[in-house]
Design a protein around this ligand. Structure first.
Ligand code: SAM
Length: 283
């Protein structure tokens, strides 16, 4: 017989005090079989699957989990402590509600790519609640600046609240919009955030999977990248961005040099995923 992990129910709105540190042994053991974390046995994962169509349209699950995350962070993490805020988000995502953050496993790949690139100007497509933005802030050099673009205004409000609480809001700007919104967001990036020819050192792509190629092409058409710029993309295997993978394969060692990192979908170790890390060679 399988047991559901004890998590927030869909209707629960109150914040319960969590264990002091990372997901408790008890919470984790209920989610694991043979050492593999099983997201399928979590009510919040099933709830997410049931809301998949809505999630892909409005980018919130619909049970308030994103809003509750911000409350959880404020109640359970130390203000101004970036590490502790990241820890609290992982804890919430393991033990309370499954979240579509890049997560701890793939997040470590992102961290390494940021450290290797030593970027001054970074762009993220898809802020959600700000988790990956926090990780990039932690890994990027002092003085670097990240602009993160988010389609859903409510997610942007949550992310800003969390980034502010972590004490990094002077290093990250969250813009509501999309790169394909007819030029509004691009104009703002160029007029207000210093995006110009060759200025962009690092891009993290983690938004609408069908827009990965078109948005990368938009970035290229603006000339923001320079040889040596690094582009990292999440979820290339699951839910999947096969056209993006094929696009980079086609110009391997000509325009791009790509490494494929095998990993798992966030917050579990059963479903596999790929993170692509691509160096722009120019041309
Ligand atoms: C997988 S989540 C991002 C997770 C986040 N990067 C993290 O790891 O914490 C995808 C986010 O992309 C946003 N999104 C979807 N389409 C977008 C677009 N065209 N431009 C910008 N954001 C978009 C969604 O609203 C959602 O918040």
């Amino acid at each position: 017989m399988t047991t559901f992990a004890k998590e927030e129910s869909a209707t629960e709105t109150s914040i319960r005090r969590p264990p002091a540190s990372a997901p408790s042994h008890h919470a984790r053991s209920l989610l694991e079989i043979g050492g593999r974390r099983m997201p399928f046995m979590r009510w919040s994962f099933i709830r997410l699957l049931l809301s998949l169509r809505r999630l892909m349209r409005v980018w919130q699950v619909g049970d308030g989990r994103e809003e509750r995350l911000a409350g959880y962070v404020v109640e359970n993490a130390r203000e101004g402590d970036l590490d502790d805020v990241i820890r609290a988000i992982d804890e919430y995502s393991y033990s309370r509600s499954y979240m579509i953050n890049v997560g701890d496993e793939k997040g470590a790949i992102l961290d390494e790519a940021v450290r290797r690139a030593r970027p001054s100007q970074l762009l993220e497509l898809g802020t959600y609640c700000g988790y990956s933005a926090l990780r990039m802030c932690r890994a990027m050099p002092d003085g670097a600046r990240l602009v993160s673009i988010e389609f859903n205004a409510a997610n942007a409000v949550i992310a800003r609240r969390i980034l502010e609480y972590a004490g990094v809001s002077d290093r990250v700007a969250v813009l509501v919009g999309t790169l394909g919104d007819g030029g509004l967001t691009i104009a703002s990036l160029e007029a207000e955030h210093g995006f110009s020819a060759g200025s962009l050192d690092f891009v993290f792509i983690d938004h609408d999977k069908s827009a990965y190629v078109s948005d990368l092409e938009l970035i290229l058409s603006r000339g923001w990248l320079h040889p040596g710029s690094v582009v990292v993309a999440d979820n290339v295997k699951f839910p999947g961005a096969p056209d993006y993978r094929a696009y980079l394969k086609e110009c391997q060692d000509v325009r791009w040099r790509t490494i494929e990192h095998e990993a798992h979908l966030e917050y579990q170790s059963l479903l596999r995923d790929l993170v692509l890390e691509s160096d722009y060679l120019g041309g």
